[in-house]
Design a protein around this ligand. Structure first.
Ligand code: NAD
Ligand code: UGA
Length: 459
């Protein structure tokens, strides 16, 4: 099928950038990104300086096609009706309640999208799973789509997204691979061909991998699990380095030079954050248990446990080095985003570490170059609510939180500074001068940025 109209359901961190790139690279295809969140759509249609997502290079890509062949809209039904190919890029968070709560992926947004498509579609459509999904979700989607029995043929493809935030545009322009899973039937393979044709506009054929649907769905979970596993592995060694006098950066370098291991994803940190690693591994653990593979489940669960351990270890180090009795002591937190070059703070290690400090009685002064003050406050309040603190307690903790527009004000009046995100600007600060001005300031460096910090992870 020759694709002329694409609809993408979900205008988030994946839907927005991926569709902007498809629109740019395929000027003959009309791409409409829809969302039920009207504010988000307004921002996508608004000033290029204020797109809902901060991502280097994104504004230029959007500027090239927006209003020409790239559209952002809340008219979900209309876009579904007009499209021959529909990408599902809705969120798949960890389930908060019901069977599998705290572990399994919540598929309610996927199911709602599928029901919407089933209700509206009058012509045959190719449905593309862009969201990260448990293996065999396509089966469930097919069931929902075919429940109307109105004679429309749906072909379901799995095309997981591998972009990393902060480098999304770079990753989309030059992907390591594009993975497309389809059924081994005539119509299945035709659908795969249609999607391959779209990507060949800018990705070389040898980087486009076609597989069966289940391999594609599982490859996405497996890729994230393998990446997160490397971080937990190196973070586990950071704890051993601190006990033995070995240096984690020297260790990473030595390990990574073995080309069978490679140097990437070996940077010790305060723990990985982001909306996906934790939720995808929890989902993987849930799936393994579901299939009775308890040993496999426990292996992957350990990756999460080490990540948790790293965050707790860092918080406890601050509290103990400040003398244990920390009432009236103040820590400035530099970095709220879960990594540099994004305004996304979902599951950022900063949230949990800050909460641990607040619970111990510390006051915090926070600065991040990109995350909005309202998001920081919301992140903390949400976690306090999840941990079942009362309204009065939450109000009292929040009185100990101050947010600043620059690092100088954040550091002022602090007993310690904790560096939690690897923003480049933190690397260019004149740390020698800062320490000269505040000689008693203790630096807890969770990203190994400050030379001669009193505490650096894995040193
Ligand atoms: P997101 O929360 O930023 O965006 C999802 C959007 O879908 C939201 O704006 C939401 O309003 C919208 N939505 C939900 N239900 C809808 C419905 N029924 N109709 C219309 N819109 C609806 O999420 P995201 O970060 O873009 O992630 C989306 C998926 O992609 C997830 O499965 C995630 O695991 C996966 N993924 C994310 C990344 C990443 O870097 N964020 C990378 C690879 C894969
Ligand atoms: C990750 C994967 O890298 C993407 O391929 C995947 O598509 C995406 O998840 C997803 O499915 O959402 P992302 O979470 O955006 O991307 O960012 P990463 O660069 O992977 O970083 C994740 C976390 O790990 C960050 O907190 C980062 O600081 C941390 N990290 C990364 C380390 O602590 N050490 C490292 O060596 C690398």
């Amino acid at each position: 099928m020759k694709i002329k109209n694409i609809c993408c359901i979900g205008a988030g961190y994946v839907g927005g950038p991926t569709m902007a790139v498809i629109a740019m690279k395929c000027p003959n295809i009309r791409v409409t990104v829809v969302d039920i969140n009207a504010d988000r759509i307004d921002s996508w249609n608004g000033s290029l300086e204020n797109l809902p997502i901060y991502e280097p290079g994104l504004a230029d890509v959007v500027a090239e096609s927006r209003g020409i062949n790239l559209f952002f809209s809340t008219e979900v039904d209309k876009a579904i009706d007009e499209a021959e190919m529909i990408f599902m890029a809705v969120n798949t968070p960890t389930k908060a309640e019901g069977e599998g709560a705290g572990m399994a992926a919540d598929l309610k947004y996927i199911e709602a999208s599928a029901k919407n498509i089933a209700r509206v579609a009058k012509t045959d459509k190719i449905i593309v799973e862009k969201s990260t999904l448990p293996v065999r979700t396509a089966e469930k989607i097919k069931e929902i789509l075919e429940s109307k029995g109105n004679g429309v043929h749906f072909e379901i493809l799995s095309n997981p997204e591998f972009l990393a935030e902060g480098t999304a545009i770079k990753n989309l322009f030059k992907s390591d691979r594009v993975l497309i899973g389809g059924d081994n039937t005539k119509t299945g393979q035709e659908a795969v061909k249609s999607l391959v044709e779209i990507y060949t506009n800018w990705i070389s054929k040898d980087k486009i991998l076609t597989t069966n649907v289940w391999s594609s769905e599982l490859s996405k979970l497996a890729s994230n699990a393998m990446l997160a596993q490397r971080i937990s592995s190196i973070n586990s060694f950071s704890a051993l380095c601190e006990k033995t006098g070995a240096d984690i950066e020297e260790l990473s370098n030595a390990i990574g030079m073995d080309h069978r291991i490679g140097p990437k994803f070996l940077k010790a940190s305060v723990g990985f954050g982001g909306s996906c690693f934790q939720k995808d591994i929890l989902n993987l653990v849930y799936l393994c248990r579901y299939y009775g593979l308890d040993e496999v489940a426990e292996f992957w669960n350990q990756v999460i446990k080490i990540n948790q351990y790293q965050k707790t270890r860092f918080s406890e180090k601050i509290i103990s080095d400040l003398g244990g009795d920390v009432k009236e002591k103040v820590v400035s937190i530099l970095g709220w985003a879960f990594k540099k070059n994004t305004n996304d703070s979902r599951e950022s290690a900063s949230i949990e570490i800050t909460l641990n400090l607040l619970l111990a009685g510390l006051k915090v002064r926070i600065y991040d170059p990109m995350v909005k003050k309202s998001s920081i406050l919301m992140d903390l309040e949400s976690l306090l609510k999840i941990k079942k603190h009362s309204k009065t307690e939450i109000n009292s903790f929040m009185k100990s939180v101050n947010i600043f527009d620059n690092h100088i004000e954040a550091i002022e009046k602090s007993h310690a500074v904790a560096i939690l995100t690897e923003w480049d600007e933190f690397k260019t600060y004149e740390w020698d001068n800062i320490l000269k001005n505040y000689p008693s300031l203790i630096v807890f460096d969770g990203r190994n940025i400050v030379p001669n910090a009193q505490y650096s992870i894995g040193k």
